[in-house]
Write a protein that binds this ligand. Structure first.
Ligand SMILES: O=c1ccn([C@@H]2O[C@H](COP(=O)(O)OP(=O)(O)O[C@H]3O[C@H](CO)[C@@H](O)[C@H](O)[C@H]3O)[C@@H](O)[C@H]2O)c(=O)[nH]1
Ligand SMILES: [Mn+2]
Length: 866
C-alpha cells in the first residue's frame, strides 16, 4: 500500500494562495519501514517531483534547508547491522523473547571505518615517537620553556586520545515507528503506550520571549501521542502572572491549533516556525479545505500573538483599576488575577513575599486531564467554522507550576526547577517517562515522542535504558555559523561515537528520561531485591513516596489524575516548597544534580554511573529545534558556564576519575575528557603567545633541531585533520562545520576556557559555585535584520587575552617582515627557514582566530562571508 502526501506552497499573507503540488510518496507505515529511515519518520525523498512550470525550486528546498543537513546523503557511509526483515523478532532474548525490535542499528561502512581506525592507531604511534624524540633531543635555548612544552605535548596527546578513542565505533539508531504502533497502539484495541510527562522550563517572562515559550507548549500539546498519556507542565521560575495568563491564552488557541495539526498532519507543530515555512506540508484533506483552514488558523494565530503582547498591559490596567477601588493601602501594589483574586506569585510592583526570589509555590491546572473533561462538541469548543469531523478534539493536561522561592535559600536553578516538576508530575500523572525542554526549543517532528518510546520499550536493552537523547538543532544561526553554534562535530560526531559505548551524555534539553533512573534506582540488570523508599532520601510527602512505589511496581502503568481536594492541593504546594529538598538525597543521588554550573553532564554521569545506558536517537526530520546565542559575548558566556561546570565536576565528589562505579572504561575516558578539557587551554594560551619571540633581538628556538621539530609537529597536526576528513564523511557534516569547531576551540582557549579555569581556582579557594546566568535569548526575530545581534560587540574582560594574542601576532608578523627585509643579506639559510616556519604558526593562529577578529570589528564586518 502506498500513501501519497503532498506539499503545498501557499502565499497566503500576500493574499494570493498559489498552490504548487509535489507528489511525495511515502511507504505505508504498515510495511517494514525499519529499512528506511525516511518512511519510519514519516518522510522520504520525493520520488516524483514535477518541477516543470513551477518557478519556485524553493518548494523542494525550503523544508529540507530548514532542517539543515538532512537527507539520505548523510547515510551514504552507514549500513544496517541488524537486517530488519530477519530480525523482526528476537526469540533468543531473555525477557523480550518474541517481541519485535523497535529500532535498527547502523554502523559505519568498513571502507571508512577501517582506514579511520588505522589512522588513529598510526597517529598514536606517531605521537609516541614524537614525544620520545623530543625527550631524547633535550636541546633548547630556554630549557624551562622546553620542559613546559614537553609536558604540554604529552597533555595534548593524552587529551586527544581520550577525545578520539570513544569514537572508534559510532552507532546510529533509527526508531521503527510503525512497529511501535502495531505493537502498542493498534486502533480498536486499548493503547498500551506508556505515559510521558513533558516539562518546559522558563526563568523569566521578559528575558525569555513568551512567544517562544508558548510555541514550545503548543508543539507539545499538538504532538502526535496518545492524548491521555502525554501531560504538559510549564515550570515558571519567575512566578509571573503574565506567564500564567499566557498559558491560559495558549490553551484557548490550542483548541483550534491542535485539531488543525491533527487534521492536516502538518509539521512542525510550533505555529511560529510553521507559518514561517514557504511550502507548508500537508497530508490528508483536500487542498481547498486546507487553504481555507490554513488561512483561518493563520489569522487566529496573529490574534493570539496580539493577545500575548497585550498581556502585560492588561494586567497593569487591571491592577490600576483595583487599586483605585481598593480599600486597603496594600491594594495599591497588588497584582490581580482575572477572577479578582490576588496573584500569589511576583507582582508588577514588587512587595514582601511577592517579588522575584520570594513568593509562594503555585500549581494551577490550566487544562484538565482529558479523562476529567466532558467532551465538547466542535462548535462549542471553538467559534470557527472549520470542519473537524473525525478529528480528536481533546487536549493533553496542561499545568502551570511556579515553585516557592525564599530569600536566603539556594534554589539550584534549572536543576531545582526540574526536581520540583519531577515531584509535582509524580502526584498528578506519574508517567514512567519524563522529558524536558528549554523554553526556546520546540518539537519539530510530531512523531518524536513515539520515537523516544521505541528505544525505551525495545526488547534488547530498553529496560536498562535510562535516557534517550536527541541531537540539538538551531534555527537562528547565520548561514556560515560564524560562532560555531551548530556544533555538529559534537552532536553528529562525538555523540554517535558514545552511542556505540554506554550512550550519549545528557545535553540539557530534548532528552527523555526513565523516571526510575532519575530517582536514583538501579537498572534492572543491577537492581537489588528491595529498594528503600523513605523520607530521608525522597523527602517528607507520603503521597509522593507512594507514587515512587507505584512507579517501581508498574512501570508502564497509567496513573489517572487524582481528585483535587484540599488536602491534595496542600500536598502539591508542599512538594514545590523551597525547603522540600533539605537534608534529602535530592540533587545528589536523586533527580537532577545540584551545585554545578551545568546540571546536564553531571546528571547524565550519575545515571551512567549506576549502570544505565543511554541512546542517541536519529530521525530524518529533526526531532527538536531551538535557538542559540548568536552574539559572541553571549556565546562565550555559555562556553564559560559549560567548561566551568565541567571542571567543577572533575574536581568534585563525582569526578569521572573515580566515581560512577558501573561506567564502562571507554565511557569513563570520555567523561574525563569532557570535564578536564578546559585545562588544555592553558597550554594553548602559552603557545599562542610564542610569536612574541619575534620581538626579541636574537633568535630563540624552543627545540633544536628546529626544522625537524616543526616538520614533526606539522605531521602530527595534519594527521588530526586527515582523521577529521573521515569523521566528516561518516558524521555527514561539512568542512565548514569541522573548521568552525577548530576555530572555536582556539577562540575558547584564549577567552572562555582560561576564565573557567580561573573561576575554578577561585571556587576551590572560596567554595562558591559559578553563577548560572540565564543565556540571553534573542528577542523575537526582526525580519529585516535577522542577525543584527551577531554584529553587536559587548566587551567583557575574558576577551582580553584573545585581543592580546591577536595583536601580538599581527605585531610579530610585522616585525618578522621588517627584520627579514633588514637582515636579508646577513641571515643564513637556516635562519631564513626558521623564520618562515615560525611565520607559518603565526598565520595558523590568525586564521583560527578569524571569527573573533570579525566579532570585534562589529558592524563593519556586516557580511556573513567566511
Ligand atoms: O534558574 C533557572 C535558570 C534556568 N532555567 C531554564 O533553564 C533552561 C536553560 O537555560 P539557558 O540559559 O537557556 O541555557 P543555555 O545556555 O541555552 O542552555 C544549555 O546549557 C545548559 C547547561 O548549562 C542546559 O541546561 C541547557 O539545556 C542547554 O541548552 C531555560 O529553559 C531556562 O528557562 C530555569 O528554569 N531556572
Ligand atoms: Mn538555551
Amino acid at each position: 500500500m502506498r500513501v501519497t502526501v503532498e506539499r503545498i506552497s501557499t502565499n497566503i499573507k500576500a493574499g494570493f494562495p498559489t498552490i504548487y503540488v509535489h507528489a511525495r510518496t511515502m511507504q505505508a507505515m504498515t510495511t517494514s519501514p525499519a529499512t528506511d529511515a525516511g518512511a519510519a519518520t514519516g518522510l522520504s525523498e520525493p520520488l516524483l517531483s514535477n518541477r516543470n512550470g513551477v518557478h519556485a525550486g524553493a518548494l523542494v528546498v525550503t523544508p529540507v534547508a530548514a532542517n539543515g543537513h538532512g537527507g539520505k546523503a548523510k547515510d551514504k557511509y552507514w549500513k544496517d547491522v541488524d537486517q530488519p526483515g530477519d530480525m523482526a523478532v528476537a526469540p533468543d532474548l531473555e525477557n523480550g523473547g518474541g517481541r519485535p525490535l523497535l529500532f535498527s542499528n547502523r554502523r559505519v561502512k568498513n571502507i571508512i571505518l577501517y582506514p579511520y581506525r588505522v589512522l588513529i592507531l598510526i597517529r598514536v604511534i606517531a605521537v609516541i615517537l614524537f614525544v620520545g624524540w623530543r625527550i631524547k633531543n633535550n636541546n633548547s635555548d630556554v630549557m624551562w620553556f622546553w620542559v613546559i612544552s614537553v609536558v604540554a605535548d604529552v597533555w595534548f596527546s593524552l587529551s586527544w586520545l581520550s577525545y578520539q578513542l570513544p569514537k572508534y565505533n559510532p552507532i546510529k539508531m533509527i526508531p521503527d515507528l510503525a512497529t511501535l504502533r502495531k505493537q502498542f497502539d493498534t486502533p480498536g484495541r486499548s493503547s498500551q503506550l506508556p505515559g510521558i510527562d513533558v516539562i518546559v522550563t522558563t526563568a523569566s517572562a521578559t528575558d525569555e520571549p513568551i512567544l517562544y515559550t508558548m510555541n514550545c507548549v503548543l508543539s507539545i500539546l499538538a504532538a502526535d501521542y496518545h492524548i491521555g498519556r502525554c501531560n504538559c507542565y510549564l515550570s515558571d521560575d519567575s512566578g509571573s502572572l503574565v506567564l500564567y495568563e499566557a498559558l491560559v491564552e495558549t490553551a484557548k488557541f490550542a483548541a483550534l491549533w491542535v485539531p488543525f495539526c491533527r487534521k492536516h498532519q502538518i509539521d512542525p507543530r510550533a505555529p511560529e516556525s510553521y507559518f514561517e515555512l514557504e511550502g507548508p506540508l500537508c497530508g490528508g484533506a483536500s487542498h481547498k479545505e486546507f487553504i481555507q483552514d490554513y488561512k483561518h488558523v493563520c489569522t487566529q494565530y496573529e490574534e493570539f500573538k496580539k493577545h500575548l503582547d497585550m498581556l502585560p498591559n492588561t494586567i497593569r490596567q487591571r491592577a490600576d483599576i483595583y487599586s483605585k477601588t481598593g480599600t486597603k493601602d496594600e491594594d495599591a501594589k497588588v497584582t490581580w488575577m482575572a477572577d479578582g483574586t490576588q496573584w500569589p506569585g511576583t507582582w508588577l510592583d514588587p512587595a514582601e513575599k511577592h517579588r522575584a526570589g520570594h513568593h509562594a509555590g503555585i500549581v494551577k491546572i490550566v487544562q484538565s486531564h482529558p479523562e476529567h473533561v466532558v467532551p465538547l462538541g466542535v462548535h462549542e469548543s471553538n467559534d470557527s467554522s472549520l470542519n473537524f469531523d473525525g478529528v480528536d478534539m481533546r487536549l493533553p493536561m496542561l499545568v502551570y507550576v511556579a515553585r516557592e522561592k525564599c530569600p536566603g535559600v539556594e534554589h539550584n536553578k534549572k536543576a531545582g526547577a526540574l526536581n520540583a516538576e519531577l515531584r509535582i508530575s509524580a502526584l498528578l500523572s506519574n508517567a514512567p517517562f519524563f522529558i524536558n525542554f528549554d523554553c526556546d526549543h520546540y518539537i519539530n517532528n510530531s512523531e518524536a515522542l513515539h520515537a523516544a518510546v521505541c528505544f525505551m520499550l525495545d526488547p534488547r536493552e530498553g529496560d536498562n535504558t535510562g535516557f534517550v537523547q536527541f541531537p540539538q538543532r538551531f534555527d537562528n544561526v547565520d548561514p556560515t555559523d560564524r560562532y560555531g553554534n551548530h556544533n555538529r562535530v559534537f552532536f553528529d560526531g562525538a555523540m554517535y561515537g558514545l552511542n556505540g559505548q554506554q550512550g550519549p551524555t545528557y545535553l540539557g534539553t530534548g532528552c527523555m528520561f526513565r523516571r526510575l533512573a532519575l530517582y536514583g534506582i538501579d537498572p534492572p540488570c543491577w537492581r537489588a531485591e528491595d529498594i528503600i523508599v523513605d523520607s530521608n532520601r525522597f523527602g517528607n510527602s507520603l503521597p509522593f513516596l507512594n507514587s515512587v512505589l507505584a512507579a517501581i511496581k508498574q512501570e508502564e502503568g497509567v496513573t489517572l489524575p487524582p481528585t483535587l481536594d484540599d488536602s491534595f492541593l496542600e500536598e502539591m504546594t508542599k512538594v514545590v516548597s523551597s525547603s522540600y529538598d533539605d537534608s534529602t538525597d535530592w540533587g545528589r543521588g536523586i533527580g537532577y544534580i545540584y551545585n554545578m554550573a551545568t546540571e546536564d553532564i553531571v546528571t547524565g554521569f550519575r545515571i551512567h554511573g549506576q549502570g544505565w545506558r543511554s541512546m542517541y536517537a536519529t530521525m530524518e526530520r529533526e526531532a527538536f529545534r531551538g535557538t542559540a546565542p548568536i552574539n559572541l559575548t553571549e556565546r562565550l558566556r555559555q562556553i564559560v558556564r559549560w567548561s566551568g561546570g565541567s571542571l567543577e565536576m572533575f574536581f568534585s565528589h563525582i569526578s569521572p576519575l573515580f566515581a560512577g562505579r558501573r561506567l564502562s572504561l571507554v565511557q569513563r575516558l570520555s567523561y574525563i575528557n569532557f570535564t578536564i578539557y578546559p585545562l588544555t587551554s592553558l597550554f594553548i594560551l602559552m603557545y599562542a603567545f610564542c610569536p612574541v619571540m619575534w620581538l626579541l633581538p636574537t633568535e630563540i628556538l624552543v627545540q633544536r633541531p628546529y626544522t625537524r621539530y616543526i616538520v614533526y609537529l606539522i605531521i602530527v597536526i595534519v594527521m588530526i585533520h586527515v582523521i577529521g576528513m573521515f569523521e566528516i564523511m561518516w558524521a555527514g557534516i561539512t568542512w565548514l562545520d569541522w573548521w568552525r569547531n577548530e576555530q572555536f576551540f582556539m577562540i575558547g582557549s584564549v577567552t572562555a576556557y582560561p576564565t573557567a579555569v580561573l573561576h575554578m581556582v577561585v571556587n576551590i579557594l572560596t567554595k562558591k559555585g559559578i553563577h548560572f546566568r540565564v543565556t540571553t535569548k534573542q528577542p523575537v526575530a526582526d525580519t529585516d535584520d535577522k542577525y543584527a545581534e551577531m554584529y553587536e560587540v559587548h566587551w567583557v574582560p575574558m576577551m582580553i587575552p584573545a585581543v592580546v594574542v591577536l595583536f601580538s601576532n599581527i605585531l610579530a608578523i610585522g616585525v618578522a617582515i621588517g627584520k627579514s627585509i633588514l637582515y636579508m643579506g646577513t641571515w643564513s639559510a637556516a635562519q631564513k627557514r626558521h623564520g618562515a616556519l615560525g611565520l607559518l604558526f603565526n598565520l595558523w593562529i590568525m586564521v583560527l582566530l578569524y571569527p573573533f577578529a570579525l566579532a570585534i570589528i562589529g558592524r563593519w564586518a556586516k557580511r556573513t562571508g567566511i
